[in-house]
Design a protein around this ligand. Structure first.
Ligand SMILES: Nc1ncnc2c1ncn2[C@@H]1O[C@H](COP(=O)(O)OP(=O)(O)O)[C@@H](O)[C@H]1O
Ligand SMILES: [Mg+2]
Length: 240
């Protein structure tokens, strides 16, 4: 069953055509990895799925809703069912870890503080950072910041999580722990994920399926084994 669908989606920033007639779907409970070099349009795809950008042509369906032309107010409840892990983590430096993680609940003033704390603790435990509850972001390593960003993305139990270059800048050990968390979200919390990255190893670590993006088009879609076997020169270059 499809949980995200992009049909014939094109997007340009002024004259810069970034996506051309893109067709892409994400199935329920799978990790789709979108591989592509820098500037390929990966982050743009995530912004379109979140409804932060509107496509020039085509249509986008998320969680059984056509979000293509929804107004900000209408899109909010759907966006609330998605979590986003931004490139670099994007934590609020002046807020403690628990406030960063609970941000989406604190914003919604109906949530009682006890409930916020409970959810934050549960999510921090999931990413193995319970002890960092009262830390400030400045006290965290790069890998820990990313784990806090993941805890924040899942605090409201989203059905979809979008990851923008989740391992960039991390050492191999931190990379492994982030990739394990992405896999555990699928297996233990039944989350469907889109992971965009330029790092092939991450695709092998987390992907059920891979889509490769080049010049605004999908040039490959399939399993990681098919990717390895591909004879396409561009893909070969990426894989080697
Ligand atoms: N806000 C923006 N305004 C103008 N051009 C942009 C903007 N964001 C991205 N671009 C351009 O669109 C292209 C794709 O960007 P992006 O989706 O960020 O690629 P990726 O995430 O794969 O590195 C790049 O050429 C980039 O310079
Ligand atoms: Mg990007």
């Amino acid at each position: 069953m499809k949980i995200i669908e992009l049909e014939n989606v094109s997007y340009s920033y002024k004259e810069n055509v970034v996506l051309r007639n893109l067709n892409l779907a994400v199935n329920k409970r799978e990790n789709l990895v979108i591989l592509g070099g820098s500037g390929a349009g990966k982050s743009t795809i995530l912004k379109l799925i979140l409804g932060l950008l509107t496509p020039d042509t085509g249509c986008i369906k998320v969680l059984d809703h056509d979000i293509t032309n929804l107004k900000e107010k209408q899109i909010q409840p759907i966006r609330h069912r998605m979590g986003m892990v931004f490139q670099g983590g994007a934590l609020f430096d002046s807020m403690h870890v628990w406030e960063n993680v609970g941000y989406c609940m604190l914003e919604n003033h109906d949530a009682p503080m006890e409930k916020v704390h409970e959810n934050v603790r549960e999510k921090l435990a999931f990413v193995d950072l319970e002890h960092a509850f009262d830390y400030l972001p400045a006290e965290l390593s790069g890998g820990m910041r990313k784990r806090v960003a993941i805890a924040r993305a899942i605090v409201c139990d989203p059905e979809i999580v979008l990851f923008d270059e989740p391992t960039s800048g991390l050492d191999p050990i931190a990379t492994k722990s982030i990739n394990q968390l992405i896999t555990r979200l699928r297996d233990e919390k039944w989350v469907s994920s889109v992971v965009v990255t330029h790092i092939l190893k991450d695709a092998f670590a987390v992907a059920n399926r891979v889509a490769m993006l080049k010049n605004g088009e999908i040039v490959f879609e399939g399993g990681v084994e098919d990717l390895q076997r591909s004879k396409d020169p561009y893909i070969r270059e990426f894989v080697q």
